[in-house]
Write a protein of this length. Structure first.
Length: 326
């Protein structure tokens, strides 16, 4: 009797926030990919991150017509990082891919990513796009500057233009899920857990529909999250600058005392003194803010709040259906 060969299962995780226009287009593409990769099983796991539009309704309709579709709906908006974590935690596949609902990261790449893992032995295949052609001049400048800074100060390597879009083996997914920190920066976490990763360069596609949910302020806060989560350099920098100012103050005192004793120079320069006081006070307040940000992150971690709170899943739909049938 021939031994039955186990079919590999691929989970496609899609965090969604107000993506009612993109979801039908994305779903058709996912179905097409599953047909092409007919030797593998698929599950389509949608994470509804507290959407205000008809995103959840569309997902529920997909669940009714396709048994491969699953979902987790949050009780409110917890953010994309929580959506990524929830997807990885609830995915059941031997391989798990993360992708955006807007199709800027082409789902068709899943086939090549899977082939590279199987044929070349990688644990993960990820995509990066360093050119950022869809960004404006200002955003492109700050994005490139961000990658330069994080590359210098972070303890984990950061690939310029790295995307969340990637396909991972189960062992890598489990390692990420085990990192239950509340303040999450997934790009840093992917790098921190390690594993053998292949990077593929590509051009970001235009959105299938809708508009971006990230504005400059949200991206700025996300950048700060990355620094605070994977670098203590700002704390070291504050200590170094503090020491430099102490040395400058000590040398200035010596110069003033010597100058007064030798030349009897009267006290003067009040405007310059006031400017110096304001400058030093500003530096102090800035680094107090840095300390405060680190303390706030520690405060949130200690409270052990859940990363997300699910309000509904596809299991709830099935239970309601069974209750009606009974």
């Amino acid at each position: 009797m021939k031994k039955k060969i186990k079919r590999e299962k691929i989970s496609l995780v899609v965090p969604c926030y107000n993506e009612e226009e993109s979801l039908p287009i994305l779903y058709k593409e996912l179905v097409r990919i599953a047909k092409e990769m007919k030797d593998e099983d698929f599950e389509f796991l949608f994470i509804n991150d507290g959407s205000k539009d008809n995103t959840l309704k569309i997902i529920k309709d997909l669940v009714k017509q396709d048994e491969r579709v699953r979902f987790v709906s949050f009780s409110r908006n917890f953010g994309k990082e929580a959506g990524i974590y929830a997807g990885l935690e609830n995915a059941t596949g031997d391989y798990v891919a993360i992708m955006d609902a807007d199709m800027q990261d082409p789902p068709s790449m899943v086939k090549k990513m899977y082939q590279d893992i199987i044929e070349e032995g990688y644990d993960c295949v990820a995509l990066y796009s360093p050119k950022h052609k869809d960004y404006g001049i200002v955003r492109r400048f700050f994005t490139n500057l961000w990658y330069i800074i994080i590359g210098k100060i972070s303890s984990t390597p950061q690939i310029p233009g790295a995307r969340d879009f990637r396909l991972m083996k189960r062992k890598m997914v489990d390692a990420i899920v085990d990192m239950k920190e509340y303040n999450r920066y997934s790009k840093g976490i992917f790098s921190f857990v390690g594993f053998n990763t292949k990077w593929i360069e590509y051009e970001i596609q235009n959105r299938a529909a809708g508009t971006s949910k990230f504005n400059f302020w949200k991206l700025f806060k996300y950048a700060l999250e990355g620094i605070l989560a994977f670098s203590t350099t700002p704390l070291v920098l504050s200590a170094i600058i503090g020491l430099i100012f102490c040395l400058i103050a000590f040398i200035s005192i010596i110069i003033i005392i010597v100058k007064t004793l030798l030349f009897g120079d009267p006290v003067g320069g009040w405007p310059s003194l006031a400017c110096m006081i304001m400058f030093v006070s500003g530096v102090q307040l800035f680094f107090l803010g840095v300390f405060g940000m680190y303390m706030s992150k520690l405060y949130l971690e200690v409270k052990k709040r859940p990363i997300y709170i699910p309000s509904e899943t596809e299991k709830d739909l099935k239970e309601k259906k069974e209750e009606k049938n009974d």
